[in-house]
Write a protein that binds this ligand. Structure first.
Ligand SMILES: [Zn+2]
Ligand SMILES: [Zn+2]
Length: 424
């Protein structure tokens, strides 16, 4: 009897407690709904994912020491990949057993940086230069490189642009008689003991030129990386449907981490352990997008970002893949979403994405004036400043829009105009 009584009391107390707890939860819950803003949610998500991913001690250490990256030394020789810090743009150098390939060259403001970077590496000859597509933030530096270095083969997509940088690009290919390869999906090419396969574009008639981006999967020592320029989910879907093997250890993230690229299907099929994002610090597009960082975190990829960490280098040896920097998996998009009136960060990202495409086009049409340092006359072999009066009389066919330095132009057999450059 006594036991029954005490059980009853216990039950009543329990019921009372449950009631109090439920009432409290409801009250707090309502308040939450009223006050919820997306920033708070983002922070929660980011916190959870970070704790999941960074549970190991070494990861925590890397989170704390983001300021002081001690350039970890790569594996000796064999195969090194350098994702250059070209601000808002892309440029990737691949070195395999003494052979070189460059994939894109960044925008005009980084063109001379790219050239001097490659010279410092004592490179004289490229077996391949890939222009993934003709947007200024990828192509400008390529033109500089084609001007200055010996290039055996150029791989570029099957469409044309009306921009001056594109004209300079085709002009220099003609002038230097560089072998031009149009991408065919499934074709493979060798670089040292490595090889790469073309994975895109799979069709044509795209409404967004980014989808013409040449994509490759590069393999060395059974390690691999994938790069596909600014391909969006449209091209990504075609790559997935094509059935070609794209499983890769390292994914060089499409379109600077924009939200319109890196679809879940595509990511799942690559299944990368590492993701490298090339974007400019404080770029106006908000690259990389929160959504992309979140997806990369979810599939467990370690993220490296040029906008935060500068140049990213990694190497493929038989045993391992080594990076020169620590990973940076914080969910910090390129554009801060806090304190804005926007309630929906996704909307904001979509908007910036649309701007991005428009800006791509704007950049293309405006870039020529700012992008070149000199105008060369192929016929007279003279170097002119862009505002030199004589330039007006040079026919478009004979013009080379040159991104390099005076020395570089002279090295190619050109000499200074006696009007505009007599004092230099
Ligand atoms: Zn781009
Ligand atoms: Zn583009």
């Amino acid at each position: 009897m006594q036991e029954d009584l005490s059980m009853n009391i216990k039950k009543k107390v329990m019921k009372l407690l449950i009631c109090i707890v439920l009432t409290l939860m409801l009250a707090v819950g309502c308040e939450n709904i009223e006050n919820t803003n997306f920033n708070n949610e983002n922070q929660n998500v980011s916190y959870n994912i970070e704790t999941d991913l960074n549970s190991s001690k070494s990861e925590n250490r890397s989170e704390e020491s983001t300021e002081e990256y001690d350039n970890i030394s790569l594996n000796d020789g064999e195969c090194n990949i350098y994702v250059l810090d070209v601000g808002q743009g892309s440029s990737t150098l691949v070195e395999a057993d003494g052979e070189y390939m460059l994939i894109d060259g960044g925008d005009s403001d980084k063109s001379s940086y790219v050239v001097s970077y490659l010279k410092e590496k004592k490179i004289t000859n490229f077996k391949y230069v890939i222009a993934t597509h003709y947007d200024a933030d990828h192509l400008n530096g390529v033109v500089g490189v084609l001007n200055v270095f010996d290039v055996e083969n150029v791989i570029d997509p099957q469409y044309t642009a009306t921009t001056r940088v594109y004209n300079s690009f085709t002009n220099i290919i003609d002038t230097k008689k560089i072998n031009q390869i149009k991408p065919i999906v499934g074709e493979t090419y060798s670089l040292g003991r490595g090889e790469f396969t073309i994975i895109s574009p799979n069709s044509s008639g795209y409404s967004n030129v980014n989808d013409y981006s040449v994509g490759i999967r590069f393999k060395y020592n059974n390690k691999s990386f994938l790069v596909a320029g600014d391909a969006t989910s449209v091209s990504e879907e075609e790559i997935v449907n094509n059935g070609i093997d794209i499983n890769s250890d390292v994914y060089i993230v499409n379109h600077h981490g924009s939200s319109g690229s890196s679809s879940s299907e595509f990511l799942n099929k690559i299944n990368p352990k590492y993701a490298v994002i090339s974007a400019g610090k404080g770029n106006s597009y908000g690259h990389p997008a929160y959504k992309t960082l979140e997806k990369l975190n979810k599939i467990g990829a370690k993220i490296y970002r040029t906008d935060i960490e500068g140049e990213i280098e990694f190497s493929f040896s038989k045993k391992e893949i080594k990076f020169n920097k620590d990973s940076y998996n914080k969910l910090e998009p390129g554009e801060k979403l806090n304190n804005s009136d926007e309630n929906n960060p996704d909307n904001k990202i979509e908007t910036s994405n649309v701007n991005d495409n428009q800006n791509d086009i704007n950049m293309d049409s405006n870039d020529s004036e700012n992008s070149v340092n000199y105008i060369l006359n192929k016929n007279t072999k003279k170097i002119h400043k862009t505002d030199c009066n004589s330039v007006k009389n040079v026919s478009e066919n004979n013009k080379v829009y040159f991104d390099g330095t005076l020395d570089e132009a002279e090295a190619q057999g050109y000499s200074k105009c006696q009007n505009c450059l007599k004092n230099e």
